[in-house]
Design a binder for this molecule. Structure first.
Ligand SMILES: Nc1nc2c(c(=O)[nH]1)N[C@H]1C(S)=C(S)[C@@H](COP(=O)(O)OP(=O)(O)OC[C@H]3O[C@@H](n4cnc5c(=O)[nH]c(N)nc54)[C@H](O)[C@@H]3O)O[C@H]1N2
Ligand SMILES: Nc1nc2c(c(=O)[nH]1)N[C@H]1C(S)=C(S)[C@@H](COP(=O)(O)OP(=O)(O)OC[C@H]3O[C@@H](n4cnc5c(=O)[nH]c(N)nc54)[C@H](O)[C@@H]3O)O[C@H]1N2
Ligand code: SF4
Ligand SMILES: [Mo]
Length: 721
């Protein structure tokens, strides 16, 4: 007999509500569940493919593995693996101190609520500063901006309230990436854009590729990649030149306007238009629309954050948002103050912390923490450093850092110096291949979860809880169990807390002290997380489609009297970066710029081997403008070699008229770490081979250049007819 179970997808931050048909303990079909969801009924192909994936696609691991002395893996029981890992960690900790132990938190860990909080509790209990995540090889330019400019505590406008929205280098129709940085709604993004247009919101998209999202654009700017610093510098220049900025806002909350004006003097629209190869009029128009809007919103996806001068570019995008006054004001309605933890917002600026200038610092470079994390691109260096504080043990939770950081030769040499490498994952990946232990974990539909990651970020107040839809296979464990059990084995007591970004774990006063011997009950942990909820845990549990909570109307409150925080628009380091960019010569010798992009049917390294993804993407194609292909004598499916200053990849070319000429667009995390030369046999190519961990890296966050990479193309073989 079959049954239908309600739950929610945990692949991305949309957390779409769904129902799943289960027959004889096996999931067979998934459908969207619009009963209470803040997006209505919606599921993307990855939500649907999740069933496939659970049922064994992509070589799901059903047992943990231990590396043997001959380099092969042998199965090991989960408990045994934990005992051995716990003992080795304890020895490393006692001999070398807490800094010898590091964790890497990957994309698969973000929506794993209990695992994530147990990991944070463990790291806090060990008191190691070595916390790394995929965020610092993603959009940590945004964290750098927060640390150098400060933040407006009132927050940006909700997309549903904006009357002019600019998105640079993001494609939410495909990626479902939204607030707080990008401009979109995470679930049902096309519906949200259509509704925005209906309301009369003007939409500006800035992207070298005419993205799926760009079909909603009132103004589409298609620059050469790598020139957002100039482009947004020029938009700011025009806003200052024409008085198109919110004077009151800037006077109340900002400093360094004169410095900004002086620094941006060379950033005329003509200068930026020549660099980015866009019409001057588009720069002027973007400045005018944003300057005149009442509730503007300017933000970016990964494009500018991965591209040339990413930190400066991001600072300038935020400067444009500041000049436009793109934040909620006192009295503005807060659409979703949160349900599990409802929060107030205040109209006040919080001055920059420049946290990266303070202790603790990395050992391989003079840089410190950003939002409590060290830069992931420094992991290989932090392992290889000649320092008593170097990293000796690395636990990777739901990620593949070896693939994610690029520069495989350097990264691999670093990882090889570890005493202990553990991958906590539901499948084997490149990092797992190098690991001493791969601990097989449960997958979302096999565990308890409550919507902590959506709280306060859903477009409307909403909360959902799920118990496992199906039982987990015998040989796998929950991620949270790993951290709890390893900690117990080390004799380190844990306090489980409701942590979220912006909080320091140690500073959170409340928590539950966990026993080292009695395994916590996951439902009890979820109940604890709902302790302060507007809707009681029992009511949440009784409503498996989730609850659209009735939350009393909250508005943004005025800042406390005497609040003296200010946004720094143009600190000296940013001014110096802009001055250097203004004088920089063009990078020559390369015919193309290779840009980052994502595809709908894969999620970084995950789902690329699902049936649907493989049918569409036997490899990660190198998309090129058809005129460029004709000029190279290339046809669809021809094999090409793409070479940067740092390495080469081989893949198949495919025409895409959405791209401007001179741009090649390719997604990441396909193929093996280092390709064999046969892209079809490899199932794609790792674009990380074209990147460097030592050259073209940003100061502060050490972000490598993953987009606008200068490359040349060689034609290798025509496609078979
Ligand atoms: N289906 C799917 N969804 C995903 C993912 C996935 O792999 N697949 N990954 C998830 C993750 S980890 C993330 S971080 C998010 C990312 O979410 P997005 O940021 O929306 O990701 P992309 O679709 O890669 O969009 C980046 C855009 O930047 C453009 N771009 C590249 N270089 C430049 C540049 O120099 N300047 C400008 N202005 N634009 C540029 C590219 O053409 C591309 O359209 O998506 C998440 N969601
Ligand atoms: N060249 C280049 N490099 C890039 C990028 C780029 O665009 N170009 N993008 C960057 C970005 S934005 C990111 S986010 C990183 C991605 O880097 P990572 O986050 O390190 O890589 P993913 O492939 O997303 O790894 C997710 C892993 O989580 C596992 N997983 C899924 N669910 C669970 C679970 O419930 N529990 C556990 N334990 N594991 C689970 C999956 O099997 C998968 O192996 O790469 C970065 N690197
Ligand atoms: S958008 Fe897709 S991957 Fe993200 S939660 Fe919804 S169904 Fe899952
Ligand atoms: Mo990401």
């Amino acid at each position: 007999m079959g049954e239908t179970v309600k739950t929610f997808c945990r692949n991305c931050s949309a957390l779409c509500s769904m129902e799943i048909d289960v027959e004889e303990g096996r999931m067979v079909r998934a459908r969207p569940d619009g009963t209470a969801s803040p997006y209505g009924a919606y599921l993307c192909p990855k939500g649907l493919a999740a069933i496939d994936f659970h049922n064994g696609a992509e070589n799901r691991l059903l047992h943990s593995l231990k590396k043997q002395t001959d380099g092969t893996f042998a199965e090991i029981a989960g408990d045994q693996a934990i005992d051995e890992i716990g003992a080795r960690l304890k020895a490393i900790y006692e001999e070398h101190g807490p800094r010898a132990i590091a964790v890497y938190h990957g994309t698969g860990a973000y929506r794993c609520v209990l695992g994530n909080l147990m990991e944070r509790a463990w790291v806090a209990a060990l008191d190691t500063p070595n916390f790394f995540s995929s965020m610092t090889v993603d959009q940590s330019a945004k964290w750098v901006t927060m640390a150098r400019m400060g933040i407006m505590a009132s927050g940006r406008h909700n997309f549903r309230d904006a009357d002019c929205a600019l998105l640079a280098g993001g494609n939410p129709l495909v990626t479902h990436q939204g607030a707080p940085f990008a401009v979109a709604e995470v679930g049902a993004p096309a519906r949200a854009f259509a509704a925005a247009k209906e309301r009369g919101c003007k939409i500006i998209i800035v992207d070298p590729r005419r993205t799926e999202t760009a079909r909603f654009a009132d103004l589409f700017i298609q620059p050469l990649p790598g020139h957002d610093a100039e482009l947004f510098g020029a938009i700011a220049h025009v806003m200052l030149r024409d008085g198109l900025y919110k004077r009151d806002f800037v006077e109340r909350f900002c400093i360094q306007l004169d410095e900004l004006r002086a620094t941006l003097a060379p950033f005329t629209p003509e200068f930026a238009a020549a660099r980015a190869q866009v019409p001057v009029e588009q720069i002027e128009l973007a400045a005018k629309w944003l300057g005149e809007a009442e509730r503007p919103l300017a933000g970016s996806g990964t494009g500018p954050s991965m591209s040339t001068h990413s930190n400066t570019a991001d600072h300038m995008i935020e400067v444009v948002n500041v000049l436009a006054g793109g934040y909620r004001k006192a009295g503005d309605r807060i659409r979703n103050p949160g349900v599990l933890k409802a929060k107030d917002a205040y109209e006040m600026a919080v001055s920059p912390t420049r946290s990266f200038e303070h202790e603790p610092k990395c050992v391989s470079e003079d840089t410190g923490l950003l939002v409590g994390e060290f830069p992931t691109a420094l992991i290989p260096g932090e392992i290889a450093a000649d320092s008593p504080d170097r990293i000796r043990a690395l636990i990777c939770f739901g990620g593949d850092p070896l693939m994610a950081v690029g520069d495989p030769a350097l990264a691999k040499a670093g990882f090889a110096k570890l005493d202990l490498l553990v991958s906590l994952d539901s499948r084997m990946n490149a990092t797992g291949e190098m690991a001493d232990y791969v601990v097989a974990t449960s997958q979302p539909f096999e565990r308890h979860e409550i919507s902590v990651p959506g709280d306060g970020s859903y477009p409307e107040p909403f909360v959902q809880y799920t118990a496992p839809v199906v039982a987990k296979p015998e040989g796998v464990i929950d991620d949270w169990e790993f951290f709890w059990a390893v900690s117990a084995k080390m004799g380190v007591p844990l306090t489980f807390k409701y942590w979220n970004y912006g909080l320091r774990f140690q500073d959170i006063p409340e928590g539950i002290e966990l026993s080292l011997t009695d395994r916590p009950d996951p439902e009890d942990l979820c109940r604890y997380l709902a302790k302060d909820s507007v809707v009681s845990f029992d009511e949440i549990k009784a409503n498996p489609s989730g609850v659209r909570a009735e939350v009393a109307l909250r508005t943004v409150l005025p800042g406390p009297p005497g609040a003296s925080g200010r946004l720094e628009l143009c600190p000296p380091d940013v001014a110096a970066e802009l001055a250097a960019i203004a004088k920089e010569p063009a990078e020559t010798g390369y015919g193309y710029r290779l840009t980052c992009r994502r595809v709908l049917h894969a999620l970084n390294g995950a789902f690329r081997d699902s049936k649907e993804a493989r049918r569409r993407f036997p490899v990660n194609y190198a998309y090129m403008n058809p005129e460029d292909m004709a000029a190279e004598g290339l046809a669809d499916g021809d094999t090409i070699e793409i070479a940067s200053e740092f390495g080469k990849v081989r893949t198949l070319a495919k025409g895409e008229d959405r791209l401007r000429r001179g741009v090649i667009s390719m997604t990441h995390m396909f193929g093996p770490l280092v390709g064999s030369g046969d892209p079809l046999a490899d199932g794609g190519a790792n674009v990380g081979q074209l990147t460097s961990l030592t050259r073209h890296v940003q100061p502060i966050n050490f972000m490598p250049r993953f987009s606008a990479i200068p490359v040349n193309v060689t034609v290798l073989a025509p496609a078979e007819a």
